[in-house]
Design a protein around this ligand. Structure first.
Ligand code: C2E
Ligand code: CA
Ligand code: CA
Length: 641
């Protein structure tokens, strides 16, 4: 438990709070009680029991009562009452004593001072008026010789008088000193609080303007700078480039190393970018992996050269602790005023440029051009059409056999989706699957594919091909809603197909996102007998850890390696190593994209177990697939007969 010290307690009380008022009133009362006690003692000592002593005693009792009565609720009323009690007492003492020549007159200014500290304007003014009236009255009665009790200059012995002066002077000074010390302390505390508040506000202001990790100015600052620059640009005739630099492999770095290393690499990247900064180049960090550079140039070529240099510098290895990390910068450039006149437009267009790798996939950076905007419009149209594709029965499934490389028998098939749009014609899955992912309709598509695939597989079984398995491709989005298990199990039970005939294909990049969430769902699906394979192995991060971590049963070697094994020793070595590695882990391997006999034979030699590719069959519709199965089984029967 924390014990609050007196100072801390005081510092938590503000200058004008009720507690502060109670505190000050109690302090005043203590001082007044001390003065009254001492005056009473002095009176009794020098003059014995008199009317003044009686008045002092009565005042003392009243003040003691006030002292115990003080609380936050009563403090303002009691302040007034205390002041009036003292005022009445001192005027009575004057009346009994020497009028305006009495030592007690010294208390008048002190009382007014107390009124300023303790009470409001009204009490001060009324006390002030009262004391002035009292003085005038005493002067008048003195002149008229009506001051009956007056013992002018004689009544009290000289030292008794001095003693009374001293008591009053000392205690009122001490009292005023203490009260002002209290006020000073509270005021200091308020000033300190104010200073720390200002500091916090400044930090907040800084935070709203600067990225915390790299200390680069952020999006808010860029918006303001851009607005100013665009206005100045009109007269300068310069080109302003809005350059977006995205780090494409940030998630992979986090996965393969750690968040700490990723942050350290980003800091180093910021440092490298800052080395380009000058009065014509400003660097900002917008989001996690998005940096923006505003670059002035007299011409287009200047910007091109700059982007090239920046790409080279940023692609160089980053040494972080013991690791060599490489970042993949993607750069898109929009030029003002041609490609936009606001940050939203320029940013959007620079992003379009950055993602437009289509024709020139090897370029280091891309300038926005109007074609990209047209393509984006087309994409939007396509996305719109895709949303109604399932309901309009525009999607169909094709099946591509997976073959046992030794026996050449079909043992499974992969379901591959096809979209024939009445508006856009045949749209390849490589085009519409990413759109479906972005538009949030991929999960509906996946559910449909699983439903149709298991129905198709059940049909093969009913036709006698009852060992065939079916593989379905998944997207990372499919794990996000968390209902994959329910839908898959419903589809299997609806088709009456045992779960072990279904395989789900994952890509490595999918396993980067929310690993725990994905792993949990994979484990649940596996518990029901569904198996998993890693698709396109070799193109991603080729992290062997996934294979064991996610308990995959099959590894699919990517077509880009397989197709070259007969012509490239390099790729042959890669494929050989992957096959050996998967075998040592007890994982089945499938070679994708086998297009000729030579490749198939080489794969058998390398110990690969299964193959898939145009050599055996392209993906075909259900009826054609059944015909193929029948043809193959007849061939087999023919051989055996
Ligand atoms: P993938 O899963 O790697 O599918 C294999 C792709 O390679 C298919 O292209 C197939 O037609 C093609 N292919 C098979 N054998 C050969 C060959 O010997 N030579 C050549 N050149 N190509 C071959 P497809 O059907 O165009 O699918 C492309 C990609 O679209 C798929 O790659 C997959 O990533 C995605 N995809 C297809 N259907 C679905 C689906 O239902 N759901 C999801 N999420 N993705 C799908
Ligand atoms: Ca696949
Ligand atoms: Ca594949």
């Amino acid at each position: 438990m924390m014990i609050e010290t007196g100072n801390q307690r005081r510092s938590s009380i503000t200058l004008f709070s009720e507690q502060a008022q109670v505190h000050r009133l109690r302090l005043t009362l203590k001082i007044l009680l001390t003065i009254f006690t001492l005056l009473l003692v002095s009176e009794l000592f020098f003059r014995g029991f008199s009317s003044l002593a009686l008045a002092m005693s009565a005042s003392l009792v009243i003040l003691v009562l006030f002292f115990f009565w003080v609380s936050a609720d009563t403090s303002s009323v009691i302040s007034g009452m205390v002041l009036w009690t003292v005022a009445v007492f001192i005027t009575y003492a004057c009346w009994l004593g020497n009028g305006i020549f009495d030592a007690i007159v010294l208390a008048f200014p002190c009382l007014l001072m107390l009124a300023i500290v303790l009470a409001g304007k009204l009490i001060f003014i009324s006390l002030y008026a009262y004391l002035i009236c009292a003085l005038c009255f005493f002067a008048f009665v003195h002149n008229q010789s009506l001051l009956t009790g007056a013992i002018l200059f004689e009544g009290l012995p000289t030292w008794g008088r001095v003693f009374s002066y001293i008591i009053m002077l000392t205690f009122f000074s001490v009292g005023v000193f203490l009260i002002f010390a209290d006020i000073r302390a509270r005021f200091k505390n308020i000033l300190q609080k104010n200073a720390s508040l200002e500091l916090a506000l400044e930090q907040l202001r800084q935070r709203s303007r600067f990225d915390q990790l790299t200390q680069l100015p952020n999006e808010n600052v860029c918006k303001i700078d851009l607005l100013q620059t665009l206005q100045q640009q009109k007269s300068s005739g310069h080109i302003l480039a809005f350059i977006t630099l995205n780090i494409g492999n940030l998630n992979a770095i986090k996965m393969n190393y750690s968040h700490r290393i990723c942050d350290a690499a980003l800091k180093l990247l910021a440092k490298r970018l800052v080395s380009f900064a000058n009065d014509k180049t400003i660097i900002y960090r917008f989001q996690q992996n998005e940096f923006v550079i505003l670059k002035h140039s007299v011409d287009y070529r200047g910007i091109s050269k700059f982007a090239e240099k920046m790409q080279q510098v940023c692609s160089q290895i980053y040494h972080v602790t013991d690791f060599d990390v490489s970042l993949q910068p993607d750069i898109g450039i929009a030029l003002a005023p041609f490609d936009g006149s606001s940050m939203e437009e320029l940013r959007h267009n620079s992003h379009l440029a950055m993602h437009a790798k289509g024709e020139d996939a090897k370029a280091d950076f891309y300038f926005f051009d109007q074609k990209m905007a047209v393509q984006e419009q087309e994409k939007l149209q396509l996305t719109k059409a895709l949303k109604s594709a399932i309901a309009n029965n525009e999607l169909i499934l094709h099946f591509q056999p997976k073959v046992d490389l030794v026996t050449e028998q079909i043992i499974a098939a992969e379901a591959l989706i096809r979209w024939i749009s009445p508006e856009h014609g045949f749209v390849p899955p490589t085009v519409f699957i990413p759109l479906a992912e972005q538009a949030g309709v991929i999960t509906d598509i996946t559910h449909w594919v699983i439903e149709q695939s298991v129905i198709a597989c059940k049909q093969w079984h009913e036709l006698g091909f009852n060992k065939l398995c079916i593989a379905v491709n998944l997207s990372a989005e499919d794990f996000k809603r968390g209902n994959l298990l329910t839908h898959t199990m419903n589809a299997l039970s609806h088709a009456d197909l045992p779960a072990h005939f279904l395989e789900l294909e994952l890509t490595e990049s999918m396993l980067m996102d929310d690993i725990h969430h994905i792993q949990k769902q994979i484990n649940e699906l596996r518990a029901f007998g569904i198996s998993f394979s890693i698709d396109d192995f070799g193109t991603g991060y080729s992290n062997l850890g996934y294979l064991t971590k996610f308990n995959v049963s099959t590894l699919k070697l990517d077509r880009s390696f397989v197709m070259n094994i007969c012509h490239s020793a390099n790729e042959l070595q890669i494929v050989k190593a992957i096959i050996e590695m998967s075998k040592s882990l007890g994982i089945t391997n499938v070679a994708e994209g086998v297009e000729d006999k030579e490749t198939a034979a080489m794969l058998v030699k390398l110990g690969c177990e299964m193959g898939q590719g145009y050599f055996w069959s392209k993906p075909i519709a259900q009826q054609d697939f059944i015909a193929l199965l029948t043809e193959k089984s007849e061939e087999l029967l023919g051989i055996t007969v």
